[in-house]
Design a protein around this ligand. Structure first.
Ligand SMILES: [Zn+2]
Length: 421
């Protein structure tokens, strides 16, 4: 059972927390890290031998490592087999209410051999709910809100937020669009939460919906899509909540800038160039399954100038995509030439007014472009690609064009690489 008081306490704590400057924030983080390391080195068998060591001496972690060491790592005495069985049963029956001794077990997305299991205690869940609310509610926590939440799988993680004044309705994206729309119009949501592909679908019905806030989750929000959604819903900012099973990592401020949630997560940055980095995260609040120096698979782009909102939390230009979606071309000297997703996006934009598109690098390195475009725009695209190939020194790949299509049951990725590496 969720504890409303503890949700409210967390909400108030983070709503009131302000840092005058970066130094103050860093002092706070240092204290939190010390506290968290004291806890994990005492309670997690995996970290036992690191007692008293500074954070940088603890091992880097990733999904595979975490799953391989699942039993020793978690602090609630759960074993992997038992947790996996419960998670799979819940997915199959679509009943997500069952728990292991007050611990919710979930599966993170990924292909079958890379799926991770995550554990969240009731206490952590309340914290998470209070924290998210402190970041996304535009008024007081005591005001009334109708929230429409579009998602793949329901989870009792989200239900913990529902209360008498905050009313959540969940929409299963596998249900028919017409059905969902009818219910949505009846609900009159103040806040709509969904992935960009869903929000784009809803644009057609925007005149019947007047949400005060639109929140994008789970997929990369492309600039061009953001503009379409803003225009349709007549809002200035599309709020983004960048969150994964490993934590709630970033949220958008009133100015529309995404800031890292440095009040609950410490970020180490593995730089790829002067502003792109892979985040390595340490969460101050996760205790059941500690997240310590966990390397994510995402590429974030840092914004160098300060955000006008005045926050000292690191500002992002954007969330660029998965590290796996970097395109890899064959160089003229037989080397690998990597091209970040954002440059591929720009390539498409430079070809003209494109609208919906997907561009996939196939396993063999060739490109598949899905769009409904004229031969002029195709030619322009090929010219731009040739120019990029000669500038960067890679061999021009084969390119095939197809009609635009998108499988609704998957995440919409406009730029995707399937190249084996
Ligand atoms: Zn800001």
């Amino acid at each position: 059972m969720s504890n409303k008081i503890s949700i409210l306490m967390t909400y108030l704590k983070y709503k009131r927390m302000h840092f005058k400057n970066r130094d103050e924030l860093e002092r706070y983080q240092k204290k939190q890290i010390t506290k968290q390391l004291d806890f994990v080195t005492s309670c997690s068998g995996f970290y036992g031998s690191y007692k008293g060591k500074p954070l940088e001496e603890l091992p880097l972690m990733d999904k595979k490592q975490m799953m391989d060491n699942f039993d020793e790592l978690n602090t609630v005495g759960t074993n992997r087999e038992e947790a996996m069985k419960l998670a799979i049963d819940s997915e199959r029956s679509r009943d997500f209410s069952e728990k292991l001794n007050h611990i919710t077990v979930g599966l993170s997305s990924g292909t079958s051999d890379t799926r991770g299991i995550f554990l969240v205690s009731d206490k952590e869940k309340d914290m998470w709910a209070g924290y998210i609310l402190s970041k996304v509610l535009y008024g007081s926590i005591l005001d009334k809100y109708e929230v429409a939440f579009f998602m793949r799988a329901n989870s009792n993680l989200y239900e913990s937020v529902s209360s008498s004044n905050i009313h959540f309705v969940f929409y299963d994206i596998y249900q028919s669009v017409e059905d969902n729309i009818r219910r949505l119009i009846e609900q009159k949501p103040d806040i709509i939460v969904g992935q960009p592909s869903i929000l784009l679908d809803l644009c057609r019905y925007a005149k019947d919906l007047h949400p005060k806030k639109v929140i994008s989750i789970a997929e990369v929000l492309e600039d061009s899509d953001r503009e379409i959604i803003c225009r349709a819903f007549n809002v200035d900012v599309i709020h983004q909540v960048y969150q994964c099973t490993e934590g709630c990592l970033a949220t958008t401020c009133d100015q529309g800038t995404i800031h890292l949630n440095e009040d609950i997560v410490f970020f180490e940055k593995e730089y790829l160039d002067e502003k792109r980095f892979i985040p390595v995260i340490t969460d101050f609040t996760r205790t059941s399954q500690p997240i310590i120096r966990y390397r994510l698979n995402d590429i974030l782009v840092e914004r160098k100038d300060r955000c006008p909102c005045g926050s000292c939390f690191t500002a992002l230009e954007r969330i660029e995509g998965r590290e796996d979606d970097v395109f890899v071309f064959d160089g003229k000297e037989n080397e690998e030439i990597k091209v970040f997703p954002d440059f591929i996006r720009r390539l498409v934009m430079f070809s003209g007014e494109v609208g919906d598109y997907r561009i996939v690098q196939a396993e063999d390195g060739s490109l598949e472009v899905y769009w409904d475009q004229s031969s002029d725009i195709r030619d322009k695209f090929l010219t731009e690609l040739e120019k990029m190939a000669s500038d960067r020194g890679f061999i021009m790949p084969a390119v095939d064009f197809y009609e635009y299509s998108f499988d609704r049951s998957r995440k919409l990725k406009r730029v995707e690489s399937r190249r084996k590496r």
